[in-house]
Design a protein around this ligand. Sequence first.
Ligand code: AMP
Ligand code: ZN
Length: 474
Amino acid sequence: MAIRFFNTYSREIEEFEPRDPGARPVRMYTCGPTVYSRAHIGNFRAYVFEDLLQRHLELRGYKVHRVMNITDVEDKTIRGAREAGTPLQKFTEQFKEAFFEDAHTLRIKGADEYPAATDQRYINRMIEMISVLISKGLAYQADDKSVYFRINRFPDYGKLAHFDLTQLQSTGRVKHDEYDKEHIGDFALWKAWDEEDGAVKWDSPCGPGRPGWHIECSAMSTALLGDQIDIHCGGVDNIFPHHEAEIAQSEGVTGEKFVRYWLHCAHLLVDGQKMAKSLGNFYTVPDVLAKGYTGRELRYALLRVHYRVSLNFTWEGMNEARESLARIDEWLARLREVAKENVQRSTSNAEHSTEKTTFEDALDDDLNISAALGFLFESIRETNRAMDQNELDAASASAWLDWWKRIDTVLDVEAETDAAIPHEVAQLAQQRENARREKNWKRSDELRERIAALGWEVRDTKAASKLTRRSGPG
Ligand code: AMP
Ligand code: ZN
């Protein structure tokens, strides 16, 4: 059966039909971290959900081209850099590094591209898009020199969030820098420079300033993925105003439907409230590791609940994740034993099922992970029972192991096999991975040499870098 997703735009389950699956990969854009502090595990719930989505599409034979932006200029990063007395780039760099480190810990597959909003290429694209919007009457420069999107001129505004925003009336006070807007719902495309921005500014035909957050994503997504994207994701808090604004800007410029499928994950909660920096009720990945849990345990805890259902984060939930993984580990160990032993006994005409598709079928159904895991644990129960009674032959055990290998390309929760990599080497390898992502080849080579000096060799494959012990003297 076809893959189906709940599309936020239509509020309906729709069959997934990418624009052109034969000729090019599924084009997927995922709103990335705002690098003003370390991302919390609520943010990572969104990234783990997107990872599951990408991996399932790949399991089903699609090629996926995924872009995740890095928001390194907006109000919070500017404020943070100012308060720290550090230049913006230097301030955001540490949180970018931390983001990649945590994503690695959680086994999140790297995106194909991580464009940063401050990259001059994209700033140019933002400025270009703003000019087009002004020329079409969809944007205007106010007396404060900032440029705003005119929502009244975009009839579809509000369709994603499903409310009629044009009816919003200006009530009470608006922030002082937004007094000049024509409509309370108009949002900034370009924010005119003011003293608080310090050195953070770019020249534009509308005067010096910086982009608004929403135009950043419109510019980076259309620059890298074209005018129409297959899938665009984020957490539900991104629906309004961020994604609504992205639609207005992108479609305002290109005249084409911007996104075919909008997928949003529900929040990670703490005591029934959204986990958020502003509420101070958050944990980071290192916070969870410091309590003795592993990255794969946290990955599993974030993954195991359907993405459209709110997930309450508790330590009890972490323990349940640990127990579930222990059951999987034991099961795999048993299967390996049976596969090995019985091969020596050479079992003939083994009965084994090749029809283990239910896991994938469940994920086809709007990523129904609960049903998929339900099927996994039911299978574990049954095969364990068969093994207890010596009724599972080698071929069946191997078939189950092959099946596991296949579904673990989506789950990616199997225990690490190479636990012997020293911490220092692993850390250097991670730093090198970050340097490579940023195309800092010089630093990457330096790190390779430091790793070699410790007796390890890094080999780069297309998907990842692998560490092996050097055979010669280090
Ligand atoms: P931000 O860095 O605030 O732009 O957020 C990055 C991503 O995390 C966005 O897709 C948000 O929707 C998502 N997000 C933020 N808080 C949570 C949460 N508590 N649960 C799930 N996703 C979240
Ligand atoms: Zn975005």
